[in-house]
Design a protein around this ligand. Sequence first.
Ligand SMILES: Nc1ncnc2c1ncn2[C@@H]1O[C@H](COP(=O)(O)OP(=O)(O)OP(=O)(O)O)[C@@H](O)[C@H]1O
Ligand SMILES: [Mg+2]
Length: 227
Amino acid sequence: MSNLIIETINVTKTYNLGKPNEVTAVKDASLQITQGSLVVLKGPSGSGKTTLLSLIGCQTKPTRGEVIILCKKVSKLPEKFMNLHKRKHIGFIFQHFQLIAGMSVLDNIVLPLIPEGISPKERSKRADRLLEQFDLGHRRQFKVSQLSGGEQQRVAIARALINNAGILLADEPSAHLDSRLTSDLLDHVKQLKRSGHTILITSHDPIIYQHPAVDQVFEMKDGQMIS
Ligand SMILES: Nc1ncnc2c1ncn2[C@@H]1O[C@H](COP(=O)(O)OP(=O)(O)OP(=O)(O)O)[C@@H](O)[C@H]1O
Ligand SMILES: [Mg+2]
């Protein structure tokens, strides 16, 4: 497949290797994701979804196996280069959004750009485009703690997009959302897919994995891929 963007080959992640509390969270997981698709990773609690997502997201290295992102074997790269690859290509939407409540909307959105050494002017220019896209312009200087749930969700999406990453990873994004916010989230996700992003979501919410815009569903059980 030529337009493969994410691939894992027999990826295994064992935490606390060799210790009494050793846990193999992901075992021999192989998957392939093509560019521009919307993919859901589902499975019961503890099945290894977050761990696999963090391997794909270059947040941790596999114990065995390979993670390939945009043709680069990231799991073989020294940490520094793996981090560079991550910052360039991957955006994250975290479960509880992980926004900084006491900071402004603008400062939260530009956070991923700080290690890039991008000038404040350029940061603010990029942020303004996203603030407009997500209808947050009037909240630019508000603290995150002063926002509604839906506004916070849009700030989290904008932050994930600020580095112009083509790959978006979202870990249980609907876990604490009511049905209206889940549906808003799916609207945003559909829009992002239309604009060419590749999106991988972990979820055990049928509203998400049964959604018509989803191209592929992978299922995990006890650390293994079962479909
Ligand atoms: N940092 C860690 N150290 C040790 N064990 C861990 C660590 N992170 C996860 N685990 C273990 O690995 C297994 C898989 O965890 P993971 O968080 O990947 O599952 P999950 O499918 O995302 O679950 P949930 O749906 O509850 O979020 C679990 O048994 C968990 O206890
Ligand atoms: Mg999880």
